[in-house]
Design a protein around this ligand. Structure first.
Ligand code: COI
Length: 369
């Protein structure tokens, strides 16, 4: 190998294995989403206009000043993705290139440097390979992976930071089953504005959603269906997810835009629905049309999709002072649950992968290059 032109992963990845692994004390039957972290993490630092070498390190806290620019001015974005273990113990990522593209779109919008492919794509494989024992196997189980970038410069001028950290951490995730929820259609608060950062997975988008969600919770709703900031007449997203509506046997979902996250699960659902011959209309989803369809008895399902839960089925939607109950469909009748089964079967290597979505995490990746 000519080291001036091609470096092997073993050269690039400085490795420090944990001398205190916690996997032995992790109970794979008893955990909740996002509360336990695998033994290692990937870290890559940016300064003086360039990214350093990515490192595999023991998972743990990092020291930052309260004057850190990310805390003060919010330059921070993240990704959400999963790894799955099949019945033979092989581990797969799902469409990781989509997350790689998106984190760099988010970073660019927040005036942060793009992450190099070797830190993101190889970082995922190096990390998941090192901690493959942490990837749970079984009905609905997976490893949730959280790549993120944030400013690290200690400075209080409101300007673009000159230092950043890219990290990947991961946490075992559980069952896809989540109880049906009631959601409130927002007629005041917005998640995103035209020309803003709604399409980016900016940390601040989530911060801004918590207060309206808390108010909806106080009214008895679990989540909000976000509507457009100008008129509040069009569906945009629901909670932290993209939203789908089924009227009769046609599925509707808002088109992606500068206000709507280009969700990997959303895109996968659209492709899987089309493969089944279900009609999918991507475009405006008007509140008044959804309510009118309910009044005609034609509104069959409304649901949210995202990497974390895959599908969140809605049992009722609230608008103004009214609550509209949705029909209770069986798992076979429901498009939401049918498409979820199709998706999970591909993710977990229990079905053919006609779209080429699965990416195998090779074993001993650092040792073999
Ligand atoms: C996801 O579904 O991946 C999300 O974005 C939810 C996450 C904020 C927990």
């Amino acid at each position: 190998r000519d080291s001036s032109t091609s470096r092997g992963l073993g050269d690039v990845y400085k490795r420090q294995k944990s001398d205190n692994p916690r996997i032995g004390s992790f109970d794979p039957e008893n955990y909740s989403f996002g509360d336990h972290f695998i033994d290692h993490m990937i870290i890559c630092e940016y300064e003086n206009g360039q990214w350093g070498e990515p490192k595999l390190m023991p998972y743990g806290p990092l020291p930052f000043s309260p004057a850190n620019m990310a805390f003060n001015y919010g330059q921070a974005c993240f990704e959400g993705m999963k790894a799955y273990k099949d019945k033979n113990g092989d581990v797969f990522l799902f469409r990781p290139e989509k997350n790689f593209e998106r984190i760099n779109k988010s970073a660019t919008r927040l005036a942060m440097p793009e992450v190099p492919e070797e830190a993101f794509m190889q970082g995922l494989k190096v990390l998941i390979d090192a901690d493959r024992d942490w990837v749970p196997h079984g009905e609905g189980k997976s490893l949730y992976i959280r790549p993120l970038i944030f400013a690290t410069e200690e400075a209080l001028k409101a300007r673009i930071s000159t230092k950043y950290l890219f990290a990947i951490v991961a946490s075992p995730a559980k069952s896809y089953y989540s109880a049906p929820v009631s959601v409130k259609i927002s007629d005041y608060y917005s998640r995103a504005a035209s020309g803003g950062v709604g399409f980016a997975k900016a940390a601040g988008n989530y911060a801004a959603s918590f207060y309206p969600t808390k108010l909806a919770n106080e009214e008895g709703y679990e989540q909000i269906i976000w509507t457009d900031d100008a008129t509040h007449e069009n569906f945009e997203e629901s909670g932290t997810m993209n939203v789908f509506v089924r009227i009769n046997d046609t599925i509707y979902t808002p088109a992606t835009s500068d206000k709507i996250l280009d969700g990997v699960t959303r895109d996968s659902f659209i492709q899987l629905a089309k493969k089944r011959g279900i009609e999918v209309v991507v475009g405006d989803v008007k509140v008044k049309d959804v309510i009118a369809a309910h009044e005609r008895g034609e509104l069959k399902e409304v649901w949210g999709v995202g990497t974390a839960v895959v599908t969140s089925v809605f049992e009722a939607i609230g608008y103004k002072d009214k609550k509209y109950d949705l029909p209770k469909l069986s798992a076979e009748e429901s498009y939401a649950l049918t498409l979820q089964r199709d998706l999970v079967a591909i993710q977990t290597n229990n079905a053919e992968d006609p779209f080429g979505w699965r990416v195998l995490v090779e074993k001993n990746i650092l040792e073999t290059v």
